[in-house]
Design a protein around this ligand. Structure first.
Ligand code: ATP
Ligand code: MG
Length: 347
């Protein structure tokens, strides 16, 4: 599923590599904290740091996977990238614009290029409205189109996902789960975005339907040229559809690089643990095999009272290679063998 060359300056590397274009998406030092309800009047409210300084870059047309255990911050990252949530610190730069410095009107215009497909094909489509209105919904705020153009764009988007023009006149409950996810994808396509953030977009579907929807997404990418930020528990799915992957652990990216390299030769001790827990299919050979979910392994994020902190490397308590430095100095992402980045003092 590759279109543009990898953008990350530190992962690019062969002497013959062309000059790197400006990344489409640059996530810099992204922090998102949630203030939780205080347990007593005399305590400061505990803070949960769901994103703890995430850095990531993506090229136009690239497909990047985000993997990691349940609660590591994948959905928080997704919502922040499409500006459904604001970060507590850090920046999201999309095609040169710092999203959170834009005024409301400019942000709305920018969001045309950034769409999201959610996990739940049942809950994410408004049951009260016909498919035409559901699919056209992202165009509403944009006021770009009259009724005729709207109907035309809906028909075009439905055709792109393999649905019939007449389906515009039906209600979401009349469709199967896989068809509903096609409707959700049509809704994402309606503004002709440059990036689609897909958060567990096929996880709720049966395996056979999953592969149809994944193949559709890949075909669309080839035809339309948009990129995907593809979030999934399922390493098999991510191995199948992404060019690059970022592995997250407790709110941080701990390793990132070409998907095939990371899956076959993980560098970070956490990536090794994650991959050891599932049989990762060779994407070329068994594209439809579904890896086991990695949810519920390891610790979820826990709220931190003020003054309390984790070790500098959050993986230290589970790491067989940990030494004193892991408790005191935070490992930053840096180039390691195989042209990828890893945040570990010991690789
Ligand atoms: N609105 C919120 N208020 C408080 N805490 C939140 C909120 N949203 C997420 N969190 C917490 O932030 C952490 C990261 O959650 P997030 O949903 O991003 O994880 P995830 O990696 O998507 O998990 P999963 O794989 O289960 O979908 C979790 O500990 C979660 O409980
Ligand atoms: Mg999630």
């Amino acid at each position: 599923m590759s279109a543009a060359p990898s953008l990350s300056p530190s992962t690019a590397g062969t002497p013959a590599a062309p000059l790197q274009p400006v990344p489409l998406l640059q996530i810099e030092g992204l922090v998102r904290e949630y203030r939780l309800p205080r347990e007593s009047l005399f305590q400061a409210p505990p803070v949960l740091r769901a994103l703890d300084g995430v850095d990531l870059q993506m090229a136009a047309g690239e497909s990047v996977g985000i993997v990691g255990e349940s609660g590591c911050g994948k959905s928080t990252l997704a919502r922040t990238v499409v500006a459904l949530e604001s970060p507590s610190a850090g920046r999201v730069i999309f095609d040169g614009d710092d999203l959170f410095k834009l005024g409301r009107r400019d942000l709305l215009a920018r969001r045309r290029d950034l769409q999201m497909v959610f996990q739940d094909p049942y809950g994410s489509l408004d049951p009260r409205h016909k498919v035409e209105r559901v699919v056209a919904e992202p165009m509403e705020g944009l006021k770009t189109a009259g009724m005729a153009e709207r109907a035309e764009r809906v028909a075009e988007a439905l055709a792109q996902v393999g649905l019939r023009p007449a389906d515009a006149d039906r209600y979401p409950h009349e469709f199967s789960g896989g068809q509903r996810q096609r409707i959700a994808i049509a809704r994402a396509l309606i503004t002709r975005p440059r990036l689609i953030v897909a958060d567990e977009a096929v996880s709720a579907l049966d395996v056979s339907v999953q592969s149809q929807v994944l193949n559709l997404m890949m075909d669309l990418q080839a035809a339309v040229g948009m990129g995907y930020l593809f979030i999934s528990h399922d390493l098999g799915v991510v191995g199948h559809v992404t060019d690059r992957v970022a592995v997250m652990y407790l709110g941080r990216v701990v390793e990132t690089g070409r998907t095939a390299e990371i899956f076959h030769n993980p560098a970070h001790p956490y990536t090794r643990t994650l991959l050891a827990a599932v049989p990762v299919p060779d994407p070329a050979r068994s594209r439809r095999r579904r890896a086991r979910k990695t949810a519920d392994q390891g610790p979820a994020l826990t709220p931190q009272a003020s003054g309390q902190s984790r070790p500098a490397c959050a993986f230290m308590p589970r790491c067989g290679r940990a030494t004193d430095i892991c408790g005191t100095r935070r490992p930053e992402l840096r180039p390691v063998d195989g042209g990828r980045l890893a945040a570990c003092h010991h690789v």
